[in-house]
Write a protein that binds this ligand. Sequence first.
Ligand code: ATR
Length: 270
Amino acid sequence: MKAGVIGYPIKHSKSPVIHGHWMDTYNIDGDYQKIEIEPDNLNRNIKKLIQEKYNGFNVTIPFKEDIFKLCDYVDEHAKKIGAVNTVHIKDGQLYGTNTDAFGFIQNIKENSTFQFENKCAFILGAGGASRAIIYGLLNEGIEKIYLSNRTRKRAEELQAMSPDKIEIVEWGDKENSLYKTDLLINATSLGMVGQNVLSIDLTALPDHAIVTDIVYTPLMTPLLKQAQDKGHEIVTGIGMLLHQARPSFEAWTGIMPDVTSELEALALEK
Ligand code: ATR
């Protein structure tokens, strides 16, 4: 397997640790590298990866939309999410997909008791991660999504994915809709090391509601701590990162790898 992750900057990517672990586990020869590309040089560098016979690459900030446009083919997931995070190169052609929704949904399925049908989710945040999460939730048959974002306009853009099922809640009003929530999701960067804390009063959240966070540095975000202290089931964010990597590895090697506690510990090491 010859693969890597492209981004700018790329220093902090955990992807080499994840794919390196799977290459060891499944006895796959090869190499997975961090590939830093300056935004002006994207096309030239992608051509180079094709010439160098890469099987494919992962895509992170700021290239997920640019690569979408560069691909020869993009699948349904990438089209609906409007971004590509995984490319498979076959016969010199770029096949793009997006595995972020899979990563989010799989993390919830494997690490909680949540059932999606006829349930109500509440998403905080309306960036790229939120779009993938909404796509995943809709595919799983969620009944209703409350969506709240500091910048209302971005929430309105995402509401277009399913106007009947998505209702916008004013950022200043979020506590007032919590009582209807079965799954609360932080899809903002709040709570991440070096960022502000997400300030939310969970009093109205029903006891059965599950709380999850896309932030995994720290693993136990202030939101998750607060929810756990109140007795809620929680799902940490590291699983989304680990699960979204699985379909890439499968595309390049034919093996769908497992997420194990050993891998989780490796990914969480500094
Ligand atoms: P990603 O692709 O990871 O979702 P993004 O597109 O930069 O990243 O989105 C970041 C999210 O965090 C957005 O919902 C952003 O809100 P805005 O759309 O209003 O910018 C949210 N966010 C970041 N900092 C925030 C803050 N201090 N308060 C509230 N929301 C914040």
